[in-house]
Design a protein around this ligand. Sequence first.
Ligand code: ADP
Ligand code: GN1
Ligand code: MG
Length: 372
Amino acid sequence: MNETEKFNLELIVSEFEIEGRFIKGEPYGDGHINDTYIIYIAMENYSVKPYILQRINSYVFKNPEQVMSNIERVTGYLRDVITDLGKNPLREVLNVIPTKHHMSFFKDEADNYWRVYVFIEGARTYNIAKSTDDLYHAGKAFGNFQCMLAEYPVSSLFETIPNFHHTVKRYAAFIDALEKDSCKRAAEVKREIDFVISHKKDTEVLLKLLDAGQLPTRVVHNDTKLNNVMIDDVTREGICVIDLDTVMPGLSLYDFGDAIRFAANSGDEDEPDLSKIWMDLDSFEAYTKGYLETALQALTDKEVEMLPMAAKVMTLECGIRFLTDYLSGDVYFKTSRTHQNLDRARTQFKLVSDMEEKWDEMSEIVKKYSAQ
Ligand code: ADP
Ligand code: GN1
Ligand code: MG
Protein backbone atom coordinates (compact mmCIF):
# COMPACT_ATOMS: atom_id res chain seq x y z
CA MET A 1 0.00 0.00 0.00
CA ASN A 2 1.49 3.36 -0.90
CA GLU A 3 1.24 6.50 1.23
CA THR A 4 -1.57 8.02 -0.83
CA GLU A 5 -3.72 4.93 -0.36
CA LYS A 6 -2.96 4.79 3.36
CA PHE A 7 -4.78 8.03 4.15
CA ASN A 8 -8.13 9.30 2.97
CA LEU A 9 -6.79 12.64 1.77
CA GLU A 10 -10.19 13.86 0.63
CA LEU A 11 -11.61 13.38 4.11
CA ILE A 12 -8.63 15.10 5.70
CA VAL A 13 -8.85 18.05 3.32
CA SER A 14 -12.57 18.41 4.05
CA GLU A 15 -11.60 19.44 7.61
CA PHE A 16 -9.95 22.63 6.28
CA GLU A 17 -11.38 25.98 5.19
CA ILE A 18 -11.00 25.18 1.49
CA GLU A 19 -13.63 26.03 -1.11
CA GLY A 20 -14.13 23.78 -4.11
CA ARG A 21 -14.20 20.07 -4.97
CA PHE A 22 -11.35 17.70 -4.11
CA ILE A 23 -9.91 16.16 -7.29
CA LYS A 24 -6.85 14.26 -6.07
CA GLY A 25 -3.76 14.35 -3.86
CA GLU A 26 -0.26 13.09 -4.68
CA PRO A 27 3.01 12.76 -2.72
CA TYR A 28 5.19 15.81 -3.33
CA GLY A 29 8.76 17.02 -2.70
CA ASP A 30 11.90 15.37 -1.32
CA GLY A 31 11.79 16.16 2.39
CA HIS A 32 13.30 13.61 4.79
CA ILE A 33 10.87 14.27 7.63
CA ASN A 34 7.22 15.13 6.91
CA ASP A 35 4.82 13.56 4.40
CA THR A 36 4.00 16.22 1.84
CA TYR A 37 1.15 16.05 -0.70
CA ILE A 38 -0.03 18.33 -3.45
CA ILE A 39 -3.80 18.58 -3.40
CA TYR A 40 -5.83 19.63 -6.45
CA ILE A 41 -9.12 21.42 -5.87
CA ALA A 42 -11.64 22.21 -8.66
CA MET A 43 -13.05 25.70 -8.32
CA GLU A 44 -16.47 26.91 -9.39
CA ASN A 45 -14.98 28.70 -12.42
CA TYR A 46 -13.48 25.35 -13.56
CA SER A 47 -9.94 26.36 -12.66
CA VAL A 48 -7.83 24.00 -10.54
CA LYS A 49 -6.18 25.28 -7.38
CA PRO A 50 -3.29 23.41 -5.74
CA TYR A 51 -2.58 23.30 -1.99
CA ILE A 52 0.19 21.76 0.10
CA LEU A 53 -1.03 19.21 2.65
CA GLN A 54 1.45 17.85 5.20
CA ARG A 55 1.41 15.20 7.87
CA ILE A 56 3.76 16.38 10.58
CA ASN A 57 6.25 13.71 11.62
CA SER A 58 5.36 13.19 15.27
CA TYR A 59 8.30 10.84 15.88
CA VAL A 60 10.58 13.81 15.14
CA PHE A 61 8.31 16.55 16.54
CA LYS A 62 7.07 15.30 19.89
CA ASN A 63 4.83 18.32 20.30
CA PRO A 64 3.24 19.31 16.95
CA GLU A 65 1.05 21.93 18.70
CA GLN A 66 4.22 23.81 19.64
CA VAL A 67 5.54 23.49 16.08
CA MET A 68 2.36 25.07 14.75
CA SER A 69 2.40 27.78 17.40
CA ASN A 70 5.93 28.80 16.34
CA ILE A 71 4.93 28.76 12.66
CA GLU A 72 1.83 30.86 13.23
CA ARG A 73 3.74 33.43 15.25
CA VAL A 74 6.66 33.71 12.86
CA THR A 75 4.59 33.74 9.66
CA GLY A 76 2.19 36.29 11.20
CA TYR A 77 5.11 38.56 12.04
CA LEU A 78 6.72 38.12 8.61
CA ARG A 79 3.40 38.78 6.88
CA ASP A 80 3.28 42.22 8.53
CA VAL A 81 6.89 43.01 7.62
CA ILE A 82 6.38 41.91 4.01
CA THR A 83 3.10 43.81 3.66
CA ASP A 84 4.73 46.97 5.06
CA LEU A 85 7.45 46.62 2.43
CA GLY A 86 4.74 46.59 -0.25
CA LYS A 87 5.51 42.98 -1.22
CA ASN A 88 3.16 40.04 -1.77
CA PRO A 89 2.47 38.15 1.49
CA LEU A 90 0.74 35.28 -0.36
CA ARG A 91 3.96 34.37 -2.19
CA GLU A 92 6.73 35.57 0.10
CA VAL A 93 5.74 33.88 3.34
CA LEU A 94 4.03 30.58 4.15
CA ASN A 95 0.29 30.94 4.74
CA VAL A 96 -1.42 28.38 6.97
CA ILE A 97 -5.01 27.53 5.95
CA PRO A 98 -7.11 27.09 9.10
CA THR A 99 -9.43 24.17 9.80
CA LYS A 100 -13.18 24.65 9.95
CA HIS A 101 -12.71 24.79 13.74
CA HIS A 102 -10.25 27.71 13.40
CA MET A 103 -7.22 25.60 14.26
CA SER A 104 -3.88 25.65 12.46
CA PHE A 105 -3.82 21.83 12.27
CA PHE A 106 -6.20 18.88 12.18
CA LYS A 107 -5.58 15.88 14.42
CA ASP A 108 -7.11 12.69 12.99
CA GLU A 109 -8.38 9.63 14.89
CA ALA A 110 -4.97 8.00 14.73
CA ASP A 111 -3.34 11.11 16.23
CA ASN A 112 -1.77 12.20 12.95
CA TYR A 113 -1.31 15.95 12.74
CA TRP A 114 -2.18 17.55 9.39
CA ARG A 115 -1.78 21.11 8.10
CA VAL A 116 -2.44 22.89 4.83
CA TYR A 117 -0.48 25.74 3.22
CA VAL A 118 -1.30 28.03 0.34
CA PHE A 119 0.60 26.63 -2.64
CA ILE A 120 3.21 29.09 -3.87
CA GLU A 121 2.80 29.09 -7.63
CA GLY A 122 5.32 30.05 -10.29
CA ALA A 123 8.26 29.00 -8.12
CA ARG A 124 9.93 25.72 -7.10
CA THR A 125 12.64 24.19 -4.96
CA TYR A 126 15.85 22.50 -6.15
CA ASN A 127 18.07 19.80 -4.68
CA ILE A 128 20.91 20.91 -6.88
CA ALA A 129 21.03 24.51 -8.10
CA LYS A 130 20.66 25.13 -11.82
CA SER A 131 23.35 27.80 -11.66
CA THR A 132 25.49 29.63 -9.12
CA ASP A 133 23.09 32.53 -9.60
CA ASP A 134 20.37 30.44 -7.91
CA LEU A 135 22.73 29.99 -4.95
CA TYR A 136 23.37 33.72 -4.78
CA HIS A 137 19.60 34.28 -4.61
CA ALA A 138 19.12 31.49 -2.04
CA GLY A 139 21.82 33.14 0.10
CA LYS A 140 20.04 36.46 -0.19
CA ALA A 141 16.72 34.86 0.78
CA PHE A 142 18.07 33.17 3.92
CA GLY A 143 20.03 36.29 4.90
CA ASN A 144 16.91 38.37 4.43
CA PHE A 145 14.85 35.88 6.47
CA GLN A 146 17.27 36.36 9.36
CA CYS A 147 17.21 40.15 9.06
CA MET A 148 13.42 40.34 8.93
CA LEU A 149 13.31 38.39 12.21
CA ALA A 150 16.15 40.32 13.88
CA GLU A 151 13.76 42.19 16.21
CA TYR A 152 11.47 39.23 16.85
CA PRO A 153 11.35 38.22 20.56
CA VAL A 154 13.33 34.97 20.56
CA SER A 155 12.03 33.83 23.94
CA SER A 156 8.42 33.58 22.66
CA LEU A 157 9.36 30.55 20.54
CA PHE A 158 9.18 26.96 21.75
CA GLU A 159 12.27 24.79 21.40
CA THR A 160 10.41 22.20 19.32
CA ILE A 161 13.39 19.83 19.16
CA PRO A 162 15.56 20.45 22.20
CA ASN A 163 19.30 20.79 21.48
CA PHE A 164 18.66 20.43 17.75
CA HIS A 165 22.08 21.78 16.74
CA HIS A 166 23.89 21.01 19.99
CA THR A 167 26.78 19.34 18.17
CA VAL A 168 28.37 18.07 21.39
CA LYS A 169 25.12 16.26 22.29
CA ARG A 170 24.86 14.95 18.71
CA TYR A 171 28.35 13.49 19.20
CA ALA A 172 27.30 11.92 22.53
CA ALA A 173 24.22 10.39 20.85
CA PHE A 174 26.53 8.95 18.20
CA ILE A 175 28.81 7.35 20.85
CA ASP A 176 25.72 5.93 22.52
CA ALA A 177 24.44 4.41 19.26
CA LEU A 178 27.93 3.05 18.58
CA GLU A 179 28.12 1.38 21.99
CA LYS A 180 24.65 -0.15 21.59
CA ASP A 181 25.33 -1.14 17.97
CA SER A 182 21.74 -2.40 17.88
CA CYS A 183 21.88 -3.46 14.21
CA LYS A 184 25.43 -4.83 14.28
CA ARG A 185 26.49 -2.33 11.63
CA ALA A 186 29.48 -0.74 13.42
CA ALA A 187 32.06 -3.24 12.13
CA GLU A 188 31.39 -2.30 8.50
CA VAL A 189 31.77 1.47 9.08
CA LYS A 190 35.01 1.61 11.03
CA ARG A 191 36.50 4.29 8.76
CA GLU A 192 33.52 6.62 9.22
CA ILE A 193 33.52 6.03 13.00
CA ASP A 194 37.23 6.92 13.18
CA PHE A 195 36.54 10.05 11.13
CA VAL A 196 33.95 11.26 13.63
CA ILE A 197 36.12 10.48 16.65
CA SER A 198 39.11 12.27 15.11
CA HIS A 199 36.90 15.39 14.70
CA LYS A 200 35.53 15.49 18.24
CA LYS A 201 37.20 18.87 18.97
CA ASP A 202 35.30 20.53 16.09
CA THR A 203 31.97 19.65 17.70
CA GLU A 204 32.76 21.98 20.62
CA VAL A 205 33.89 25.16 18.86
CA LEU A 206 30.60 27.03 18.33
CA LEU A 207 29.09 26.02 21.67
CA LYS A 208 32.17 27.21 23.56
CA LEU A 209 31.84 30.63 21.91
CA LEU A 210 28.14 30.71 22.79
CA ASP A 211 28.87 29.80 26.42
CA ALA A 212 31.54 32.49 26.56
CA GLY A 213 28.99 35.08 25.40
CA GLN A 214 30.86 35.67 22.15
CA LEU A 215 27.94 34.72 19.88
CA PRO A 216 24.35 36.02 20.19
CA THR A 217 21.22 33.87 20.28
CA ARG A 218 18.89 34.70 17.41
CA VAL A 219 15.76 33.45 15.68
CA VAL A 220 17.11 30.73 13.44
CA HIS A 221 15.53 28.64 10.68
CA ASN A 222 17.70 25.62 11.52
CA ASP A 223 17.14 23.72 8.27
CA THR A 224 18.44 25.93 5.47
CA LYS A 225 18.69 23.37 2.70
CA LEU A 226 18.44 24.75 -0.80
CA ASN A 227 15.17 22.84 -1.18
CA ASN A 228 13.69 24.94 1.61
CA VAL A 229 13.71 28.11 -0.45
CA MET A 230 11.30 28.66 -3.33
CA ILE A 231 13.03 30.06 -6.43
CA ASP A 232 10.82 32.11 -8.75
CA ASP A 233 10.54 30.47 -12.21
CA VAL A 234 10.89 33.79 -14.02
CA THR A 235 13.01 36.17 -11.93
CA ARG A 236 15.06 33.29 -10.34
CA GLU A 237 14.90 35.17 -7.04
CA GLY A 238 14.55 33.28 -3.76
CA ILE A 239 11.07 34.48 -2.98
CA CYS A 240 10.05 32.46 0.06
CA VAL A 241 11.80 30.51 2.81
CA ILE A 242 9.67 27.45 3.66
CA ASP A 243 9.81 24.43 6.02
CA LEU A 244 9.55 26.45 9.22
CA ASP A 245 9.16 23.46 11.58
CA THR A 246 12.52 24.05 13.22
CA VAL A 247 12.38 27.82 13.60
CA MET A 248 13.78 28.21 17.10
CA PRO A 249 16.28 30.20 19.11
CA GLY A 250 19.84 29.38 18.02
CA LEU A 251 22.99 30.67 16.30
CA SER A 252 22.91 32.45 12.95
CA LEU A 253 25.94 30.30 12.13
CA TYR A 254 23.75 27.19 12.10
CA ASP A 255 21.82 28.58 9.15
CA PHE A 256 24.84 29.63 7.14
CA GLY A 257 26.68 26.37 7.82
CA ASP A 258 23.74 24.12 7.05
CA ALA A 259 23.05 25.99 3.82
CA ILE A 260 26.65 25.57 2.65
CA ARG A 261 26.80 21.85 3.43
CA PHE A 262 23.87 21.33 1.05
CA ALA A 263 24.23 24.11 -1.53
CA ALA A 264 27.99 23.87 -2.06
CA ASN A 265 27.91 20.08 -2.40
CA SER A 266 28.89 19.22 -5.98
CA GLY A 267 26.54 16.21 -5.96
CA ASP A 268 23.54 14.69 -4.26
CA GLU A 269 23.43 14.38 -0.49
CA ASP A 270 23.18 10.58 -0.82
CA GLU A 271 25.56 10.12 -3.79
CA PRO A 272 27.23 6.68 -3.37
CA ASP A 273 30.15 7.59 -5.70
CA LEU A 274 32.37 9.84 -3.60
CA SER A 275 34.49 10.84 -6.58
CA LYS A 276 31.51 13.04 -7.54
CA ILE A 277 31.52 14.85 -4.20
CA TRP A 278 33.48 17.96 -3.30
CA MET A 279 32.84 21.37 -1.76
CA ASP A 280 32.44 23.60 -4.76
CA LEU A 281 34.16 26.94 -4.18
CA ASP A 282 32.14 28.79 -6.84
CA SER A 283 28.95 27.67 -5.10
CA PHE A 284 30.39 28.67 -1.73
CA GLU A 285 31.25 32.09 -3.12
CA ALA A 286 27.84 32.63 -4.74
CA TYR A 287 25.91 31.70 -1.59
CA THR A 288 28.24 33.71 0.69
CA LYS A 289 27.97 36.77 -1.56
CA GLY A 290 24.15 36.67 -1.49
CA TYR A 291 23.96 35.90 2.22
CA LEU A 292 26.32 38.69 3.26
CA GLU A 293 24.61 41.18 0.96
CA THR A 294 21.45 40.89 3.06
CA ALA A 295 22.71 39.68 6.46
CA LEU A 296 26.03 41.47 7.02
CA GLN A 297 24.37 44.54 8.55
CA ALA A 298 22.86 42.35 11.28
CA LEU A 299 25.91 40.18 12.05
CA THR A 300 28.67 40.71 14.62
CA ASP A 301 32.34 40.53 13.61
CA LYS A 302 32.67 37.22 15.45
CA GLU A 303 29.74 35.72 13.55
CA VAL A 304 31.32 36.74 10.25
CA GLU A 305 34.74 35.43 11.27
CA MET A 306 33.24 32.04 12.15
CA LEU A 307 31.36 31.49 8.86
CA PRO A 308 33.87 28.97 7.38
CA MET A 309 33.96 27.12 10.70
CA ALA A 310 30.15 27.03 10.75
CA ALA A 311 30.14 25.35 7.33
CA LYS A 312 32.53 22.70 8.59
CA VAL A 313 30.79 22.08 11.93
CA MET A 314 27.29 21.87 10.47
CA THR A 315 28.45 19.48 7.75
CA LEU A 316 30.21 17.34 10.33
CA GLU A 317 27.12 17.40 12.57
CA CYS A 318 24.82 16.32 9.77
CA GLY A 319 27.20 13.47 8.88
CA ILE A 320 27.24 12.41 12.54
CA ARG A 321 23.41 12.43 12.58
CA PHE A 322 23.21 10.30 9.40
CA LEU A 323 25.79 7.83 10.75
CA THR A 324 24.02 7.65 14.12
CA ASP A 325 20.76 6.88 12.33
CA TYR A 326 22.47 4.22 10.22
CA LEU A 327 23.87 2.56 13.35
CA SER A 328 20.42 2.75 15.00
CA GLY A 329 18.58 1.10 12.08
CA ASP A 330 17.36 4.15 10.07
CA VAL A 331 14.67 5.28 12.48
CA TYR A 332 14.82 9.07 11.98
CA PHE A 333 15.53 10.10 8.38
CA LYS A 334 13.31 8.67 5.63
CA THR A 335 15.22 6.14 3.53
CA SER A 336 14.36 4.35 0.31
CA ARG A 337 17.32 1.94 0.27
CA THR A 338 19.53 0.13 2.80
CA HIS A 339 22.74 2.14 2.71
CA GLN A 340 21.21 5.53 2.08
CA ASN A 341 21.99 7.00 5.50
CA LEU A 342 25.52 5.62 5.29
CA ASP A 343 25.98 7.18 1.84
CA ARG A 344 24.63 10.44 3.22
CA ALA A 345 27.11 10.32 6.11
CA ARG A 346 29.97 9.60 3.71
CA THR A 347 29.19 12.58 1.47
CA GLN A 348 29.18 14.85 4.52
CA PHE A 349 32.55 13.55 5.72
CA LYS A 350 34.02 13.94 2.24
CA LEU A 351 32.80 17.55 2.24
CA VAL A 352 34.35 18.18 5.66
CA SER A 353 37.73 16.89 4.43
CA ASP A 354 37.46 18.99 1.30
CA MET A 355 36.64 22.10 3.34
CA GLU A 356 39.77 21.46 5.39
CA GLU A 357 41.75 21.47 2.14
CA LYS A 358 40.07 24.66 0.92
CA TRP A 359 40.11 26.53 4.23
CA ASP A 360 42.21 29.49 3.09
CA GLU A 361 40.07 30.06 -0.02
CA MET A 362 36.87 29.92 2.03
CA SER A 363 38.26 32.47 4.51
CA GLU A 364 39.34 34.76 1.67
CA ILE A 365 35.85 34.65 0.14
CA VAL A 366 34.25 35.57 3.47
CA LYS A 367 36.73 38.46 3.85
CA LYS A 368 36.03 39.66 0.30
CA TYR A 369 32.27 39.98 0.87
CA SER A 370 32.43 41.30 4.41
CA ALA A 371 34.88 44.13 3.72
CA GLN A 372 32.84 47.33 3.86
P1 ADP B 1 10.10 18.55 4.75
O1 ADP B 1 10.11 19.07 6.16
O2 ADP B 1 9.73 17.13 4.71
O3 ADP B 1 11.39 18.86 4.05
P2 ADP B 1 8.88 20.79 3.30
O4 ADP B 1 8.00 21.69 4.10
O5 ADP B 1 10.23 21.28 2.98
O6 ADP B 1 8.92 19.33 3.99
O7 ADP B 1 8.09 20.45 1.93
C1 ADP B 1 8.61 19.53 0.99
C2 ADP B 1 8.61 20.17 -0.40
O8 ADP B 1 7.27 20.58 -0.74
C3 ADP B 1 9.44 21.44 -0.52
O9 ADP B 1 10.80 21.16 -0.80
C4 ADP B 1 8.74 22.19 -1.65
O10 ADP B 1 9.19 21.71 -2.91
C5 ADP B 1 7.27 21.79 -1.48
N1 ADP B 1 6.51 22.82 -0.74
C6 ADP B 1 6.39 22.94 0.60
N2 ADP B 1 5.60 23.99 0.92
C7 ADP B 1 5.19 24.54 -0.26
C8 ADP B 1 4.33 25.65 -0.60
N3 ADP B 1 3.72 26.37 0.34
N4 ADP B 1 4.13 25.90 -1.92
C9 ADP B 1 4.72 25.16 -2.89
N5 ADP B 1 5.54 24.10 -2.62
C10 ADP B 1 5.78 23.80 -1.33
C1 GN1 C 1 15.95 17.01 7.47
O1 GN1 C 1 13.02 18.07 6.60
P1 GN1 C 1 14.23 18.22 5.74
O2 GN1 C 1 14.41 17.13 4.75
O3 GN1 C 1 14.27 19.61 5.14
C2 GN1 C 1 16.34 17.40 8.88
C3 GN1 C 1 17.51 18.39 8.83
C4 GN1 C 1 18.69 17.74 8.11
C5 GN1 C 1 18.23 17.32 6.73
C6 GN1 C 1 19.33 16.56 6.01
C7 GN1 C 1 13.71 18.23 11.43
O4 GN1 C 1 15.48 18.17 6.78
O5 GN1 C 1 17.92 18.72 10.16
O6 GN1 C 1 19.76 18.65 8.01
O7 GN1 C 1 17.06 16.45 6.79
N1 GN1 C 1 15.20 18.00 9.58
C8 GN1 C 1 14.91 17.61 10.84
O8 GN1 C 1 19.01 16.47 4.66
O9 GN1 C 1 15.58 16.80 11.48
MG1 MG D 1 12.17 20.66 3.49
